[in-house]
Design a protein. Structure first.
Ligand SMILES: Cc1ncc(C[n+]2csc(CCOP(=O)(O)OP(=O)(O)O)c2C)c(N)n1
Ligand SMILES: Cc1ncc(C[n+]2csc(CCOP(=O)(O)OP(=O)(O)O)c2C)c(N)n1
Ligand code: SF4
Ligand code: SF4
Ligand code: SF4
Ligand code: SF4
Ligand code: SF4
Ligand code: SF4
Ligand SMILES: [Mg+2]
Ligand SMILES: [Mg+2]
Lengths: 280, 73, 387, 180, 280, 387, 73, 180
């Protein structure tokens, strides 16, 4: 048995980590690390970038170059890293609040720009860190500190949004199935261009507090029951799909990515710049 | 199968969520008297790694080398 | 599309008749800028356009981001790979950059932010001159923080100031703000770019520690920590949280204080290196015009006119506006008691000048904020009035 | 020859006044070795409204960069003429496009049908600005003709060299008389 | 003949407006005004909100309450107007830069929130006001001041994005067909919930400067030739659709809108608040 | 979910033992707030949560926006319909609000922005106390602009200050910043809410002009223009561009100056009404502690302790931090020369105090910025040290 | 059809883009000698309003009442 | 009875210490008519770590709001006990959960197996905080029992009134002895 995660924990960091008992974030983080390992990336050439949120604490624990950036802005920092040094493998970790609320614009633009980043959305449908406000992926009608009468808004489907915005690779995993999750992330890393892996998970502390969803284990079991592979989902009616979480790959395209396209410009420009300045 | 002697739980990391127990397809795990899971039926293990991968605390360990490395933490 | 051309002069220097904005990019490239991320806004947009055109020639990269926030994020990310990075904007965009500016400060990320000032507040007077973001440059982001801001007055000074901005950013590992203005950005003057052998370029000092030993915010080398670019085996973390020497979040009071103190002292202990002023005929002056940026030019003309009439006027240009030239003001106001602070705003830097001036000095503001360049006549009149 | 010239090129957007200013400044500073500073301003309208390029060309460094009263005023529109004609020095010159502008006669006022000449003699209306530069050079000497030509050629789209040279030359060779 | 626009021009404003000869913005503005009139709205209860850009100057010319807000933020101001006073009809005018670049997040969230606003995107595929930078809808490969070698990024399809984000009504019009355009906008105004009308138009000054697209009339004729009704487009291959602009209605749904849902909360809360405080 | 309960006391006043954040909402509702738009951030989040719960009971509305920028936009839009509106945030969010804050200032849109300060810069110390956004409150947005900021020190003062913030916002048609801090936001004390008949509520003055006559920024009624809510037949325009009296963009220099001057004078000509300070035992004091917000409480305790030891200490609380209490400082420092400025930051408001103090006064900073509340002991020690 | 006497172009608003001419389905319009469009064949007008609606300058006017109202502007 | 009590309720997250502080503060200020201020702090961990609620309860207004040395320390965890036991006044009391904490005997130290009592006698572990409040009231009188009960009832979820009352009563009726 190989335990990739343990090879990648920061030597100087104390464990256990800060996340609550049963919080899905740890499962996703371990899956990311296995995926990086499986994709054969040199750990020195990996940069992990996150925003702010419980989930965004993830990079602090694993031994890569990492940026715990500002709330919602992980993709912007990551874009800078990638464009300034296209050789690097850049992984973006973001919460559903971080990535889809305040960071939503950077998300759709990263998709459109097709910048070669792999973004993993730690999607617990709530703002964990700030104590339970409604996130843009919270199911309509669920409760939150800022939705004491149930959220009025419908949730984003992260994958639909990514698809409509032009990402090259779009998939959804779920923490109850860590191996397919790892595979999606690995594919995302290997894919040139922008990849998004939306990960359905649980926040047993805060979500439960407002929604009485039960203890961590019950929430995990419920989550498992909700997850339906896309192949199966395609055979189901909309009614049957209510409350379900569809997993699998939603887009796998080959549009040229930003930095590769840019390299062509550099090659062409280098020629143009050869021309010497006229003397006065 | 299995002489899985390194299938063990690092108790000072474990937060006792019970996922390892629930998600093991072979029902290998149980909570011990100390409240922490332990591999009650290691011989049934099929090395699917679910327990390792599903543990949110990285507390399920399946390798001698890792076990040793993590001892001090 | 470039709207200027550079020639080579007899000494092999590039020369041209260019806008302040264009000069800024040429100087930035000379200083080593290899990544620019920005979002267009009048009157700074030419900086992005010229960067887009010229960067790839040098193997550098340009990106137009979706807004100013992302532009600021991108140049921070870019800088962490070891590249010299820059962004440019004007008031509304500068306001949007403030949050991430604080991130760059606390993580000691070298980068240059150009603010080509226009009339404000809000959308204000987009195509007109103002110098009204100078206090914002100092205090715009939340929390205690130091800042370096430089404000040139001519296209030639744009060249030297831009190079200096990069050098200071690298030397002190901090964002540096280049405060220009609409007129300067669009004004054309001849520049002579120094040859590469004529300029001293500073690159952030790189660590010689092994990755294992390396601590990204260790202070054993002095107040400015040594750098390791991402991608080279130094796998460390940076965070906007208060962090310890290893880059991990901390709330330990001694670590909090030590980080905040060091961030400030690395600037404040090096004022002699950072603070640059230009004095014009202050030796025999009995009247001092204190100014920065474009307004300085009007002060110099006013001084010339005034002296022609026998008035002993001197001018102090605060080329570095932040940190503030306290020492210089103290010294000058010891002998010159009649002080005028000339700004194209409603009175901002005057607060600092008043605070630092000799107790007997009389400090009076000369301000213009209607979108039009202040004239030497207006200055002279106000000087005469107040006597 | 004065030590310092304040120059105001005025008209409307689209007449190429900023380009003319750039060429003149480059000619003076890069090729004639003088000091030059060029500024500009637009009217409140986004595009097409009033437009003005201003220069100070001097033997020594220029501090305050904006002309006050002009030594040379070029007015290519009525609005520009009306607005700026009074801000000209006693010994200054006003070059007015007599094909577009109603002007007052006077010392130092040089009415030339610049745009019409560009159409008739050069064959391209948009070269009026270049014709005007030729006029300014030969009338005032503030920039040399050679410098102007060189700066001109470096600023124009490739393929338009000949027509631009023709326009400049036309401006230079016109005969002037101020209009008392 | 009825000329709605002339009844709605601000009495105190000077004309002609600032837009360049042939700029499409005027055609769209007139269509909006006709649509408001056709929808039978009381002009006193209409608020028009825009951001910053040439297009965003539109509200200044027409006689409604109006907010010329900050760049990219029109939807946020409009949301405040609508939520604070749901009786008002709120029209949002935005450029492709304003609404889709800096304002992209507010756009997808307004769709998700299904707030009862009608947004018209003046889509000239470029930043007109700032002199010709690439906008998020600029066709790939076209030139701009910040894309001297052609834009690398693929454009957003505004309607797709709106659809994926949950808007109730999504349509595209084109300035060469002002009557269908007016009808789309009218439907958008009448629709409860968020409506987006993307309008294909031209920027003859700046777009032409960088792309040599010809004089205003030529650009208009070319635009007309590109426009294909969605019904027809559905019968065409992807190859045939290249370079075309598909017009028509893309979504017409009936999800409850934000303020209507909120009214229910107010009704329920009013009851709860009846309970008196206990005395000490 | 509410974590507090209000009771009725014998006089029919609501009382309760509540957090500063909770008190802020209760007071805001009393003051007439009927629309809140916000984005969560520690340590201000309770303000949003309580607003979400309570607003609909009064027919008001709450909305959680996608970020702080949109929250600020929304409360401006909401205010244009005539509603009283509020948002709440902390440092990082306050930085993001700066651009739209300028919009509210230039368009004279009444609204209240609560900044519950935490440690900074950047993400800083999210759960700890600081007072380090006080200069940002003054200068955070670009361009020349005035601002009103109020900084309470106790939960009771949160009540009065919040009501006052709304009143000043309405009276002067301007955004008002309520500067709280982490400890105050989360601290519980008893509040007694005034009965409706006990408070004076100010509503922005509405125009009596006909729609045809109405000019949204006309000054014939004094410095503060009269308001007409959107939706009532007054079909005017507002813009972030410099605008004329009719609300249309202008670059005419006299109109530019008249707008900017009026924006400033409507505040600066009414300092007696706006600037509120609390003096504690300053009458016989030879030592003055100048402070604001939470630090004031430590100053008062230090004063009490000091006086017990025979030290004649007085305290000046700047309840209104902006505009600055220049007059009060001038007056007090005429007689008290030993001045200490106590702030939980690295020294911010001390610049203003120094600038305004009598020339013979010695102004010393007492600062703490490690995330922990400053103690009376620490203050006393510093006071003793400096003697 | 048509006694369209109020089909006219307000010249001080018109910027001469030619859209009215191009988009009139009945070819009613032409540029006049003054460079501004005028309804050369008003009798062919079918009142489709294209010319009014396509004019970016609101300069094509089709109503007496409007004509009078706009005169001063 | 003192004029001013500095109270420190300490333990770990999840033990209801903040709630206890809120109840105590409300009891003292709203129902007993005293002045009270309650502050709190968490450890660096997001959740579950060290936790502390502090109060000052006084006959007159409270300026500096944080206790320095406590008159009353409640310690429900070892970490809390170790950290705060020395910051207690000479005449202060330490109430320590003897079912969870190893403590030093001494004057003013009251060891009570609070959590165990909550489990055994109330039947619900999470009522330990309420038991502790009862103890504090009857031991120190800093708040009245009636005020505590009223504040308690207004702070708890409906349906839990009886069990909470029981817990409070238990705390009140325990017999104490400090532990010399
Ligand atoms: C500019 C800014 N606004 C708000 C915050 C406060 N904040 C921190 S984390 C967070 C939400 C995190 O939610 P999510 O991304 O879903 O992560 P989770 O905690 O659920 O893993 C918020 C609103 C902030 N730090 N910065
Ligand atoms: C915060 C901010 N950033 C940038 C700008 C500059 N700016 C003004 S308009 C504009 C783009 C407008 O493009 P678009 O919305 O497409 O409108 P158009 O001019 O094409 O109609 C930009 C970038 C600004 N005013 N504010
Ligand atoms: S609050 Fe929720 S998201 Fe945060 S660590 Fe706990 S369980 Fe995880
Ligand atoms: S999954 Fe991990 S944390 Fe949970 S009980 Fe098993 S070992 Fe412990
Ligand atoms: S590896 Fe699989 S079978 Fe073995 S114990 Fe773990 S989960 Fe059970
Ligand atoms: S620049 Fe383009 S968008 Fe702006 S007014 Fe001119 S044509 Fe219209
Ligand atoms: S469409 Fe309008 S602006 Fe264009 S030519 Fe016709 S009348 Fe003139
Ligand atoms: S109404 Fe129609 S037919 Fe008549 S002139 Fe106009 S476009 Fe032509
Ligand atoms: Mg989340
Ligand atoms: Mg556009």
């Amino acid at each position: 048995m190989k335990s990739a995660i343990h090879d990648y924990l920061r030597p100087k960091k104390k464990f256990p980590h800060v996340w609550c008992p049963g919080c899905g974030h740890g499962i996703i983080l371990a899956s990311i690390v296995r995926a990086i390992e499986a994709a054969g990336k040199n750990r020195d050439e990996v940069v992990v970038v996150s925003g702010i949120g419980c989930s965004s604490r993830a990079p602090v624990y694993v031994d890569f170059s990492s940026i715990h950036s500002t709330h919602g802005r992980a993709l912007t920092f990551a874009t800078g890293v990638k464009v300034a040094n296209p050789k690097l493998t850049v992984i973006v970790i973001s919460g559903d609040g971080d990535g889809m609320a305040i960071g939503g614009n950077h998300f759709i633009h990263a998709c459109r720009r097709n910048i070669d980043l792999t973004m993993i959305v730690f999607n617990n449908n709530i703002y964990g860190m700030t104590g339970g406000q409604a996130s843009p992926t919270m199911p309509q009608g669920d409760y939150a500190s800022t939705a004491p009468f149930g959220t009025l808004e419908r949730p984003f489907d992260v994958c639909k949004l990514a698809n409509a915005s032009g990402a090259n690779f779009v998939a959804r995993g779920v923490v109850t199935s860590p191996i397919p999750l790892e595979k999606h992330i690995k594919k995302g890393i290997e894919k040139k261009g922008f990849s998004v892996i939306d990960v359905a998970e649980t926040c047993p502390t805060i979500y439960n507090f407002f929604n009485k969803t039960g203890n961590p284990l019950k929430m995990m079991k419920d989550l498992k029951a909700k997850a339906i592979p896309v192949q199966k989902a395609n055979t189901m009616t909309e009614e049957e799909l209510k409350g379900k979480i569809v997993t699998g790959v939603f887009a796998d395209r080959y549009y040229p990515d930003f930095t590769t396209s840019y390299d062509k410009i550099i090659m062409d420009s280098a020629k143009r710049s050869m021309k010497d300045e006229e003397s006065i | 199968m299995s002489d899985e002697k390194y299938l063990y739980v690092k108790k000072n990391w474990c937060k006792r969520c019970g996922y390892c127990i629930e998600f093991c397809p072979k029902n290998v795990w149980e909570f011990g008297d100390d409240g922490y899971p332990y591999p009650a039926r290691p011989q049934d293990c099929v090395r699917c790694r679910m327990c390792v991968n599903i543990c949110p605390e990285f507390a399920v360990i399946g390798e001698e080398e890792v076990t040793i490395k993590l001892e001090g933490r | 599309m470039l709207f200027y051309k550079l020639y080579k002069d007899a000494d092999g220097r590039k020369v041209g008749f260019v806008q302040g904005n264009e000069a800024c990019v040429e100087a930035a490239l000379l200083a080593g800028m290899r990544f620019f991320a920005g979002y267009p806004i009048t009157p700074s947009s030419e900086i992005a356009a010229v960067s887009a055109e010229k960067l790839p020639m040098l193997g550098g990269r340009f990106i137009q981001m979706e807004d100013e926030i992302s532009s600021m994020g991108a140049i921070i990310g870019g800088s962490m790979t070891g590249k010299k990075t820059m962004t440019a904007t004007s008031g509304p965009g500068f306001s949007l950059k403030q949050e991430n500016l604080g991130y760059a400060i606390i993580n000691e990320v070298p980068c240059v932010i150009v603010n080509v000032q226009r009339g404000g507040p809000s959308t204000g007077l987009p195509t007109q001159i103002a110098q009204a973001d100078v206090m914002q440059a100092r205090w715009g982001t939340h929390g205690d923080h130091p800042i370096i801001a430089i404000s040139p007055a001519s296209v030639s000074q744009v060249v030297t100031s831009t190079i200096r901005a990069f050098n200071l950013a690298e030397k002190y590992r901090t964002p540096v703000i280049l405060l220009m203005d609409e007129t300067l950005g669009h004004m054309r003057e001849k520049i002579v770019l120094p040859r590469e052998d004529e300029i001293e370029l500073i690159d952030r000092k790189q660590t010689e520690d092994t990755p294992e030993e390396f601590k990204p915010f260790a202070t054993k080398h002095g107040d400015v920590p040594l750098f390791a670019p991402y991608g080279k085996g130094y796998r460390y973390n940076i965070t906007g949280l208060i962090h310890d020497e290893a880059g991990f979040p901390t709330t330990k009071t001694d670590e909090v204080v030590s980080l905040l103190d060091r961030l400030h002292s690395k600037i404040n202990d090096n004022l002699d290196d950072i603070v640059e002023v230009c004095e014009f005929q202050t030796e025999d002056a009995d009247t001092l015009l204190v100014s920065f940026g474009s307004a300085t030019r009007s002060c110099i003309s006013a001084m010339e006119k005034g002296r022609a009439e026998g008035k002993k006027i001197g001018v102090l240009q605060l080329l570095t506006v932040w940190p503030f030239a306290e020492k210089q003001i103290v010294k000058l106001t010891e002998k010159i008691k009649n002080v005028f602070v000339v700004e194209m705003n409603m009175g901002q830097i005057i607060g600092e000048v008043s605070r630092c001036s000799h107790r007997d000095a009389v400090v009076t503001g000369i301000n213009k904020y209607n979108g039009i360049y202040i004239t030497p006549q207006e200055i002279l009149e106000k000087v005469k009035e107040s006597r | 020859m004065k030590n310092l010239y304040e120059v105001r090129l005025s008209g409307s957007g689209g007449q190429g006044l900023i380009t003319a200013g750039m060429i003149m400044g480059e000619a003076a500073s890069v090729f004639d070795g003088k000091f030059a500073v060029q500024t500009q301003s637009y009217g409140p309208e986004a595009r097409g409204g009033a437009c003005k390029a201003e220069l100070i060309i001097s033997e020594k460094e220029v501090a305050y960069p904006k002309p006050v009263d002009a030594d040379i005023l070029l007015a290519l529109s009525q609005q520009a003429y009306d607005q700026y004609k009074d801000d000209v020095k006693e010994d200054g010159v006003i070059i007015v496009d007599s094909s577009l502008v109603k002007y007052e006669k006077g010392k130092g006022v040089y009415p030339i049908p610049i745009t019409q000449l560009a159409i008739d003699k050069v064959g391209l209306k948009v070269t009026a600005n270049v014709v005007a530069l030729g006029v300014i050079s030969s009338l005032t000497g503030v920039v040399s003709y050679e410098a102007l030509e060189r700066a001109l050629l470096s600023r124009i789209p490739p393929g338009t060299e000949e027509i631009n040279k023709k326009a400049l030359a036309l401006g230079k060779t016109l005969e002037f008389k101020d209009n008392i």
